[in-house]
Write a protein that binds this ligand. Structure first.
Ligand code: HAM
Length: 414
C-alpha cells in the first residue's frame, strides 16, 4: 500500500532536533518566570472574525495566508496564524483585567500560515509568545525588550540585531497616512506591484512592508512616521530609548519597520539574524494599545512579542547529548525477567537506562550497550543471579568488576 506523506510546509520534528524545541520552552519558562510571566494554553482554532478584526482585513495574513474553513454547522473557523489575538480574546472573555492591574502571560505552540515554504518559513511553525496587558508605561516596553534579549543571550544565540520603531497612535497616525497617500498618489499602475496598487488606497503602511524590489525602491523616499508623531508618542519613544541607552543596550532605529499586522501602536521591534538566510526575523513585537478595546474589552494598553522557534533552533548551539547511565545485558533467558526488575529498581532511583528485551548473544548485547552510549554495562547471568551481583563494565575505561546488586546505586552514583 502507498505510504501517506505529510502536507507541504508541515514538518515532523523528531529527536535529536526536537531537543532544541524542548530547551527553548524550558528556557522560556525559566527566564520569563523571572519577570513574573505565567504560562497560558489557548485554543488553536478560533472564530475567523477574531483574526480579521485584530490582525486587519488588509494584511497578507488575513487576505491570503489563513487556514479557514467552515465547521459542521457552517461557522467560519481559522487555525491561529499568531497568538496575540487569542490571548487578548481570553483576557477579555475571562475578565483577567478585573483580577489584576497587569497581566503577564506567555504561551508556546504551533501557528499556521499558508505561505510559500522555504528555509525558515513553514506553513505550520511554532512561536513562543509573550504578552503583558494593562500598562502603558514605557518602562514596560524596555522591560519586555530586556527580557527578550536575556532569553536570546542565555540560549547562546549571538550576533542579533534589534531594530526599533514607533508607529504612533490614533492621534498622529491619520496625518502620517494622509502624507503617505499623497506620496503614493503619483505612482500609477505598473510602478508599484499589483497588491500595493490596492494597498496604497486601503492601508498605505503595508506598502512600506512590501518585499517586491520595485516597491522597496519607490518607498525609499517616502515620508517617515517619526516626522508625524504627536508629542505624547514622541515622549513615550524617547523614554523607551532613554532606558535602553542607559543600559548600554545596542539597537538601531528602523523607520520602515511597520510590521505585518495592523494592531500595532507606538513601540515596535524586530530581532534579525544574518545567519539564517532570507527569513531573517527571529522575533517581532510591539505595543497594541487599541486591541483589547477593539475586541470588546476595556480600553487597556498592552505590549508583547513572539519568537519563531524553528528559526531560533537553527541558531542555537547543539545541546549536550544525554548519555544513559547504564545498559543491562541479560545472559540467558532466565536473566531477562530479573534484568527488567533490576532495571526498574535503578530507574525508580533516578538512573537512566535500558535492558535487553530478548535473549540475544553476549556479543550482540555488548554492541547494543556500546551503541546506547551508556556509561556502564551491567551484565547479569545465571551466576550473578545466584550470587545477587552484577558484572559492571565501565564503558569508557573497559574495567569490569563484580558489584553486589544492593550496592549498585552507590556504585553508579560515584
Ligand atoms: P510575527 O512577526 O508575524 O509577529 O511573527 C513572529 C515571529 O514568528 C517571526 O519573527 C518569525 O520568527 C516567526 N514566523 C512567522 N511566520 C513564520 C513562518 N511562516 N515560518 C516560520 N517562522 C515564522 C506575530 O506573530 C505577533 N503576534 C507577535 C506579537 C506578540 N506582537 C505582540 N505580541
Amino acid at each position: 500500500m502507498d505510504a501517506i506523506q505529510k502536507i507541504k510546509g508541515f514538518a515532523d520534528i523528531l529527536p535529536p532536533e526536537s531537543g532544541a524545541f524542548v530547551r527553548l520552552e524550558n528556557q522560556a519558562r525559566r527566564i520569563f518566570g523571572l519577570y513574573g510571566y505565567k504560562e497560558a494554553r489557548l485554543p488553536i482554532l478560533e472564530r475567523t472574525e477574531l483574526f480579521a478584526r485584530s490582525i486587519g482585513e488588509e494584511t497578507d495574513v488575513v487576505q491570503k495566508e489563513m487556514y479557514t474553513f467552515p465547521d459542521r454547522k457552517g461557522r467560519s473557523l481559522t487555525m491561529r496564524p499568531e497568538a496575540t489575538a487569542g490571548v487578548v480574546r481570553a483576557y477579555v472573555e475571562n475578565g483577567l483585567h478585573a483580577r489584576e492591574e497587569l497581566t503577564k502571560l506567555f504561551c508556546a505552540g504551533p501557528m499556521f500560515r499558508y505561505e510559500r515554504p522555504q528555509k525558515g518559513r513553514m506553513r505550520q511553525f511554532h512561536q513562543i509568545n509573550v504578552e503583558a496587558l494593562g500598562s502603558s508605561s514605557p518602562l514596560l516596553d524596555a522591560e519586555v525588550i530586556f527580557m527578550l534579549a536575556q532569553f536570546l543571550t542565555e540560549l547562546g544565540i549571538a550576533d542579533l540585531n534589534f531594530e526599533l520603531n514607533s508607529l504612533g497612535c490614533p492621534e498622529c497616525r491619520p496625518a502620517y497616512l494622509a502624507a503617505l497617500n499623497e506620496y503614493f498618489r503619483g505612482f500609477d499602475a505598473g510602478s508599484l506591484c499589483e497588491d500595493c496598487m490596492r494597498r496604497k488606497l486601503t492601508n498605505p503602511l503595508r506598502v512600506l512592508d512590501c518585499k517586491a524590489p520595485g516597491c522597496r525602491e519607490l518607498t525609499r523616499t517616502a515620508p517617515l512616521i517619526a516626522d508625524y508623531q504627536c508629542p505624547a508618542c514622541r515622549e513615550h519613544f524617547d523614554a523607551v530609548r532613554g532606558l535602553l541607552d542607559a543600559d548600554g543596550f545596542a539597537y538601531t532605529i528602523n523607520p520602515r519597520l511597520v510590521r505585518g499586522l495592523d494592531y500595532y501602536t507606538r513601540t515596535t521591534f524586530e530581532v534579525t539574524s544574518g545567519k539564517i538566510g532570507a527569513q531573517s526575523a527571529v522575533a517581532g513585537g510591539g505595543r497594541y494599545d487599541g486591541l483589547v478595546k477593539a475586541l470588546g474589552g476595556p480600553d487597556l494598553p498592552a505590549i508583547g512579542f513572539a519568537c519563531g522557534m524553528e528559526r531560533l533552533a537553527m541558531l542555537m548551539p547543539d545541546g549536550e547529548p544525554q548519555a544513559p547511565d547504564f545498559f543491562l545485558a541479560a545472559m540467558g533467558e532466565a536473566s531477562l525477567n530479573s534484568g527488567l526488575l533490576l532495571t526498574q529498581r535503578l530507574r525508580r532511583e533516578g538512573f537512566c537506562g535500558e535492558c535487553a528485551l530478548a535473549g540475544k548473544s553476549a556479543k550482540s548485547q555488548m554492541r547494543q550497550a556500546a551503541k546506547s552510549g551508556a556509561r556502564f554495562c551491567l551484565i547479569v547471568g545465571d551466576a550473578e543471579l545466584e550470587a545477587g551481583t552484577a558484572q559492571v563494565k565501565n564503558m569508557v575505561t573497559g574495567v569490569q568488576e563484580s558489584v553486589g546488586q544492593a550496592d549498585l546505586t552507590q556504585y553508579l552514583r560515584k
